[in-house]
Design a protein around this ligand. Sequence first.
Ligand SMILES: [Zn+2]
Length: 340
Amino acid sequence: MEHELLRIRDEALAALDACHDDDGLEALRLRFLGRKGELTGVLRGIGELQPEQRRKIGEIANQVKTLVEERMTALRTQWQAEQRARSLAAERIDITIPGNHRPCGSLHPLHQVLDDTIAIFTAMGFEVVRGPDIEDDYHNFAALNIPADHPAREMQDTFFVGPEVVLRTHTSPVQIRTMESRQPPLQIIVPGSVYRVDDDVTHSPMFMQLEGLMVGSDICFAHLKGVLTSFVHAMYGPNTPVRLRPSYFPFTEPSAELDIGCVICGGRKTGCAVCKGSGWMEILGSGMVHPNVFRAVGYDPEKVSGFAFGLGIDRIAMLRYGIDDIRLLYESDLRFLRQF
Ligand SMILES: [Zn+2]
């Protein structure tokens, strides 16, 4: 019997050594340890032995059983560890691989500057008003004191859509439309696109303008200077020098262009290439509303006064970001736009 047990032990261990999967392991368990297994079969005959023999054989049988069970448990543990290592290797994530890039858009530099400009003027009490891009001759020219023989009407400056119909050459017709429909006091800004037959590094056939108009019973030139100086200081910094220079526009009298100290060279006396050596850069046109404009909309120029100004958003943006070619703003080149 002892030999039989040792034979079972050796066979079981040899079989386990050759076993490589759970099914095989279960089959071996049944074959040796199961209710009808070989070891169980030997133990059944143990009752017929003498007590001393019985104890000895029982002891050996238990040792064999424990040994085989331990070997089986060890195999299972080993396989589980190997399986786990395999799946970890298979599911390994390389966190150094770049992720999926989701491109994110942003506001066009013109719109950033437009938003900032609108925010500065609305903070001073101006209201945003808009008007049509296609205008009639009267609102674009005649009502703004631009008579029929004025050079601004020349074919090479204006896009004519039809007889007496144009693409607006400035945002000023919205002044007329607003004053025709409302009574003073008025304090409006008019952002929008305007169109001129012009195309070079500083001119684009379509560009963005912002018009301002303030009308009341006692508006004077000091208000104009105060509002525009506040705008420049908010846009370019509180220490930016400002100067008004006499100019001419048909719809204002007196008229003035507003210069700021060159943002490139800081307005030093010798200037730089951008400000052409002057130390100053022109940023907008302005003036007191011409009495003929008030008459055209039915206001009494003896009772009301006001100022108006117009600035190119493109120019404000070019000076702010140091852009030297206006066409970059309209070409939609992402290599350019991504810099903002
Ligand atoms: Zn300069």
